[in-house]
Design a protein. Structure first.
Lengths: 375, 386
């Protein structure tokens, strides 16, 4: 199946269109809210919340007996919120550290969820099948109303985000200052945490509890590498998230036996890898290039200052010297000499070199920072 | 109780002990989430190992999966070292991606064989007694009993051999390094033990619930004691208790054994979290209230010492000028009276000699910035605490 055919299929085929739209919207909203989770150093909170939502789904089913997605998600939301606030109170009230609290709530809630799920499966009620799709997610079960709900929630999140943009931003970077300005930090904090929980719960049906945290983190971690501005980061993260949703759906749809969730996560992971390596200001590649360039400059400076120290001992600075005497000097190469000639710091005459006026001046001011560094 | 039931309980208890030991050190080293990461990311290792050996209990598979666990740790540390993202983000990125690779490998290649994600993640202890280890035609017990027993013996051996090194490096990494214990060796040793334990336990309790067995007993024990040896013993006891009681809960509800064990762990933690002496939530709240009252009392006594005027020392003055609520002023007054700090004569409050001594000493400590000493002083002066 080639790409044009696939694109036509996306527009004509109901199921494929729904799934593509759903994963795209989900990617966008998780990327948007994930930026805040990453910057608040709450990356693993997503993992804990998604696991903590499982018992909520089971209990909602036990109480209502329906498999209506919205009811189950409401249960997930409640139990996710309980998990989140329990984590906070453990960290606040006891000496257990946040990682222990996260791991504790994650595994205990998940265990309870498993207990309830297996308990439900043994019930005579025939309606129970399919609850385990929340474990690993099944994008194929998305229907149009799910997508509409995701879009609505995304819209609400966006509006609130824009309304409270200033408050969110200032709380993110300087919580104490926010407090002194008189903002209700507790309220803003709870608002943003609740939104993160909402985003996670939305994704449970599509990617499942186990992989949901990556959907939250990966787009934001990738976006962080490209910008230092919160606004751009949120936009780039949403874009990355939506794109991984679309591409992941396309790949899993074109192959047999590929569930959508893991593919989306791997695509998002590839975006992160690309961002880590190729981002111009923070990326590993350009960092290495800068590193090499700096080392070259340093060698150039060293050679120049070595020449300067030789030239200084003569009355005439343009007095020629043999290239041979440079040979023992570490950092000297034919290349650096050529470069110095090109910069007009050194004159070459056969096997002899001499400093020019300009080179002498630069060299004498090399380490006292009197000249502007032109490297 | 049938033979199989007994075997299941023994296996569950051994898993609990084998998990509690590395778990204690992970909790103390603030690396609890690493165990979560390892438990997810061993999946590709298990899958590849399974393709090679075709046997979920083969030692080679355990080795391969444990290596994947260590690779996870190294990857997380590498990403963290680049400074591009924080440690928690690094953990959160690495394990879902490795886990996804595992899921996809299973979906693509292992559809017809006995290996699915549920089995790896959730495990099924109930089937453990059916997979027997038979040597020379003699049945010597379930395979997983021998595997987890072997892992437990190794862990115990390492624990006794390197207890001192582990202890020092956990609480004071700098001291350990200066004494000549390589922190890297101990760190990766612990990571290896955690990975091997996770892999060994996965087909009994499932990879995710290993995390519960590692963290929950240790965290519960940590709320009860500060002593490392006691913490280890408590953690092991909690683990074994939940393993056995969890089995019977599952038996009663006809539900997942691993889920029930975790739920029992959750109950234990909740009870200790609420009721632990000194560190439980109720104890903390009570202490906070007590200290609030005592600080108010001190403020009140200082006020009395500073003022000789009758108007300033009238009982109603507390409500009117210091702006205390009625109940609060009454609590403070009662406490002061009970401790013989003040005498009330015709609604005029005055310091007794004892109250005077107490206040003078307290002022001394406050002026010299040794506020912490006031706590000790309270033990000497107070007959009743707030």
């Amino acid at each position: 199946m080639d790409i044009t055919e696939y694109i036509r299929l996306v527009f004509s085929d109901y199921t494929l269109r729904t799934i593509t739209l759903g994963t795209a919207v989900l990617g966008a909203v998780t990327g948007m809210l994930g930026s805040f989770a990453v910057l608040r150093k709450q990356s693993l909170l997503g993992d804990a919340i998604s696991h903590a939502a499982l018992p909520g789904i089971a209990i909602a089913f036990l109480i209502t007996g329906t498999k209506d997605g919205n009811v189950l998600l409401l249960g997930a939301l409640v139990s996710g919120l309980i998990g989140t606030f329990w984590i906070r109170s453990i960290v606040k009230k006891t000496h257990l550290k946040s990682d222990t609290a996260l791991g504790l709530i994650l595994s205990l809630f998940f265990g309870l969820g498993m207990l309830l799920l297996t308990f439900i499966q043994k019930q005579p009620n025939a309606n129970q099948a399919g609850l385990d799709k929340y474990l690993f997610g099944q994008a194929a079960t998305l229907i149009e109303s799910d997508v509409w709900m995701m879009t609505w929630v995304t819209g609400i999140c966006l509006v609130v985000l824009l309304l409270f943009w200033k408050e969110f931003k200032i709380l993110l970077f300087d919580a104490d200052y926010t407090k002194t300005l008189g903002f209700n930090t507790k309220f803003i904090d709870i608002l943003i945490t609740t939104f993160i929980v909402v985003a996670i719960v939305l994704g449970l049906q599509t990617v499942g509890v186990v992989l949901m945290s990556a959907m939250l983190l990966a787009p934001a971690a990738g976006a962080r590498q490209w910008t230092n501005s919160l606004g751009y980061m949120v936009i780039i993260a949403s874009f990355f998230g939506a794109l991984s949703g679309v591409v992941g759906t396309a790949i899993s749809a074109s192959q047999n036996n590929l569930s959508t969730g893991p593919v989306i996560v791997i695509i998002a992971g590839i975006f992160v890898l690309i961002s880590f390596v190729f981002s111009p200001s923070r990326g590993l590649l350009f960092k290495q290039i800068r590193f090499i360039k700096n080392r070259r400059d340093l060698q150039l400076h060293k050679t120049l200052s070595f020449m300067y120290n030789i030239a200084k001992t003569h009355e005439d600075i343009a007095h020629p010297h043999a290239i041979k005497i440079l040979n023992n000097f570490q950092g000297y190469t034919r290349g650096t000499l050529q470069k110095l000639v090109k910069k007009n710091y050194v004159n070459l005459d056969g096997s002899l070199w001499s400093l020019t006026e300009e080179g002498y001046k630069t060299a004498s001011n090399l380490y006292n920072q009197q000249t502007k560094n032109d490297e | 109780m049938s033979n199989a039931q007994l075997e299941i309980q023994i296996i569950a208890s051994l898993v609990a002990i084998a998990c509690a030991i590395p778990g204690t050190f992970l909790v103390l080293r603030k690396m609890a989430m690493i165990s979560d990461a390892i438990s997810h990311s061993i999946l590709p290792g298990i899958v590849i190992g399974f393709f090679i050996t075709q046997d979920l209990n083969s030692p080679l598979l355990i080795l391969l999966a444990a290596i994947t666990g260590i690779i996870t740790v190294i990857l997380v540390e590498y990403i963290q070292k680049t400074g591009l993202v924080k440690e928690d983000t690094a953990i959160g990125l690495v394990f879902p991606i490795l886990f996804s690779i595992g899921v996809i490998l299973i979906a693509k290649h292992a559809n017809d064989v006995h290996l699915d994600v549920d089995a790896v993640l959730l495990g099924e202890l109930a089937f453990a007694p059916f997979d027997r280890l038979i040597i020379n035609g003699v049945d010597i017990g379930p395979k997983s009993l021998w595997i987890i027993g072997g892992i437990l013996l190794t862990t115990l051996g390492l624990l006794f051999a390197f207890f001192k090194e582990l202890k020092v490096s956990t609480f004071d990494m700098g001291l350990a390094a200066s004494l000549g214990f390589s922190p890297a060796v101990i760190h990766y040793g612990l990571m290896t033990v955690s990975s091997v334990t996770t892999v060994g336990a996965f087909d009994a309790v499932g990879a995710i619930l290993v995390v519960a067995l590692m963290i929950a007993p240790a965290a519960t024990a940590y709320l009860l004691t500060n002593n490392l040896k006691r913490m280890l013993v408590y953690a092991i006891c909690f683990g074994v208790f939940s393993a056995i009681s969890g089995y019977w809960l599952a038996h009663g509800l006809d539900a997942s054994i691993a889920g029930s064990i975790t739920t029992m762990l959750g109950f234990l933690f909740l009870i200790v979290y609420l009721f632990a002496p000194n560190r439980g939530v109720i104890a903390v709240l009570y202490r906070e209230k007590q200290q609030r009252t005592e600080v108010s009392l001190l403020t009140f006594l200082l006020h009395l010492k500073n003022h000789d005027e009758k108007a300033e020392r009238h009982v109603n003055h507390l409500n009117e000028h210091i702006n205390w609520q009625k109940v609060r002023s009454k609590t403070v007054l009662d406490l002061a009276l009970k401790n013989n700090m003040i005498a009330i004569d015709n609604h005029i409050v005055s310091l007794t000699d004892k109250g005077n001594d107490f206040t003078t000493q307290a002022i001394d400590y406050i002026i010299t910035n040794e506020d912490a000493q006031i706590e000790h002083m309270k033990d000497d002066f107070f007959l009743f605490r707030g």
